[in-house]
Design a protein around this ligand. Structure first.
Ligand SMILES: NC(=O)c1ccc[n+]([C@@H]2O[C@H](COP(=O)([O-])OP(=O)(O)OC[C@H]3O[C@@H](n4cnc5c(N)ncnc54)[C@H](O)[C@@H]3O)[C@@H](O)[C@H]2O)c1
Length: 477
């Protein structure tokens, strides 16, 4: 099929590349010329493992092109994805400006040569499917009113569940595909689009092998066909629940610290119950990223518009806000006076394998420390350029590696659990420091090993008497 994807961010670029890999002819459109220039030059504007390679192969399979002009791409397309940002407004509501401009642009470019499906992949407040349809119609009637009764299109909601850092695996081998559509022709077009994905009829890329459960178990990807409103609500419910799981682990961690229990053991103990599950129960310094905070706030706002006070969502946001302060509190417990001290941050990205800094705990921690008169040094394997560019006034000394970051520091905080940090030689790290204090914000180190290396160690929810390292993978958004 001919496909246009509007927005070449974390979602749009991966979606476009995957659809082209499946055999569709894809045009990715973005209003940001610099991003399009990079993509045309074969360089992804975001850090996502495997994406550059996937784009290269996708060019040869279905074919993928990058444009700033929306109209020609829309005219040639059967399916048009909207994957633009929906960032939060100060009120918690989603900012729909980009979505509105994309939907109107689609309408303005439409002609009557074929039936098209406009697919909303951006996370949008419940009810936005109707808004998209209205905006597309407005775009049509503003540009060519004479054609408006002859232009046929359907609207679908197809929420995205990919995780930055493993976006290609998540997109090629999803747990499920959710499609909301209110008419059969639109649903049929979506089934046709996703058929190769649902039936897994494509060779696995060498850098994104097919998971074993798809080779041995049922080979089809489950499809959840719903109304548009349910599909929109599924996305918000999923993120609200995941944020809640992490928040729950953090709340238990805070209680564990007080009663002398080890949260990693407690979460393993409850996670083995199939009704609970161990994933996303890792205590730490709180979740971040572009989705959880924005989506929980947006759902809370929607509920409020209907006169409902969503108390669990409120508490989830409050617990996370509080958890970000735990690092400062632990530094104060170890160092007493922070003014004039030097603190090293290992990791800036909101999680490993991405350069995304949106709502990253690192930024809030750095800002607070700087305000308190602390000299902040930092090292991140990929997010330093983005951090420098996005926060030009933040007084962070960026360092070449973890060892130079801790040089003469009074404490080091593990903020992002990049794999290269978990294998660090702790003895060497401690020997470079003025005072060997380690705040393990993600519980990745063995407290015993850290203490043997000479560190004063504090994890999150970890009882000093028990010291096993975390045995499950890192939290991922
Ligand atoms: N990032 C994630 O992990 C993730 C996961 C699931 C869902 N989502 C949702 O997907 C949507 C996109 O998120 P993202 O992280 O990819 O955003 P992003 O900010 O990385 O990318 C959005 C892109 O859209 C472009 N854009 C904005 N308006 C445009 C217009 N009118 N025409 C053409 N291009 C336009 C921007 O220039 C930008 O490149 C959001 O609604 C988000 O909530 C994101």
């Amino acid at each position: 099929m001919r496909v246009t994807v509007i927005g070449t961010g974390y979602v749009g670029t991966v979606t476009g590349a995957c659809l082209a890999y499946l055999g569709h002819r894809v045009t990715c459109v973005d209003s940001n010329q610099a991003k399009i220039d990079k993509l045309r030059g074969g360089v992804s504007p975001i850090y996502e493992p495997g994406l550059d390679d996937l784009i290269t192969i996708a060019k040869e399979r279905g074919g993928i092109g990058f444009e700033t002009d929306l109209a020609p791409a829309v005219r040639e397309s059967d399916v048009i994805f909207i994957a633009v940002g929906t960032p939060p407004l100060p009120s918690g509501e989603s900012n729909l400006t980009y979505l509105e401009s994309a939907a109107r642009g689609i309408g303005a470019a439409m002609d009557s040569s074929r039936f098209r499906v406009v697919v909303n992949k951006s996370t949008v407040p419940v009810g936005s499917g109707g808004l998209v349809e209205t905006l597309v119609r407005e775009g049509v009637s503003e540009t060519h009113p004479e054609l408006s009764h002859r232009i046929a299109f359907g609207v679908a909601s197809n929420p995205e569940f990919l995780r930055e850092g493993s976006a290609i695996l998540d997109s090629l081998y999803p747990d499920r595909i959710v499609v909301g559509a209110d008419d059969p022709a639109t649903m049929e077009a979506m089934r046709k689009l996703y058929e190769p994905l649902i039936q897994q009829r494509f060779p696995e890329p060498s850098f994104a092998p097919r998971p074993s459960q798809l080779q041995t178990g049922p080979k089809e990807i489950p499809v959840v066909e719903t109304t548009i409103t349910s599909a929109e609500m599924i996305k918000y419910s999923a993120n609200a629940f995941l944020a809640l799981k992490i928040g729950f682990a953090n709340e238990m961690a805070n209680i564990c610290e007080r009663v002398g229990a080890e949260v990693t053991e407690v979460m393993t103990g409850i996670g083995l119950d199939w009704r609970i599950g161990r994933a996303f129960l890792n205590a730490g310094i709180g979740w971040g990223g572009s989705c959880f905070g924005k989506d929980v706030s947006s759902l809370l706002h929607t509920a409020g518009e209907y006169g409902y006070q969503a108390r669990i969502l409120e508490a989830s946001l409050a617990v996370n806000r509080m958890q970000r302060g735990v690092v400062i509190q632990k530094l104060q417990e170890k160092l007493f006076i922070l003014k004039g001290r030097t603190v090293a941050l290992l990791g800036l990205a909101f999680k490993p394998n991405t350069d995304d800094l949106r709502d990253a705990p690192s930024l809030q921690i750095a800002e607070k420390l700087i305000q308190m008169g602390v000299r902040v040094r930092a090292y991140d394997p990929v997010a330093m350029d983005a951090c420098r560019e996005q926060n030009p006034n933040m007084r962070i000394a960026y360092c070449d590696d973890a060892f130079s970051a801790v040089e003469h520091a009074d404490a080091v905080v593990l903020v992002t659990e990049w794999p290269e940090f978990t294998g660090l030689n702790l003895k060497q790290l401690a020997s470079r420091m003025n005072k060997a204090v380690l705040i393990d914000g993600r519980n990745v180190f063995s407290a015993d090993a850290a203490r043997e290396a000479g560190f004063e160690y504090a994890g999150i929810g970890r009882f000093a008497g028990r010291t096993a390292p975390r045995s499950t993978p890192a939290v991922a958004d």
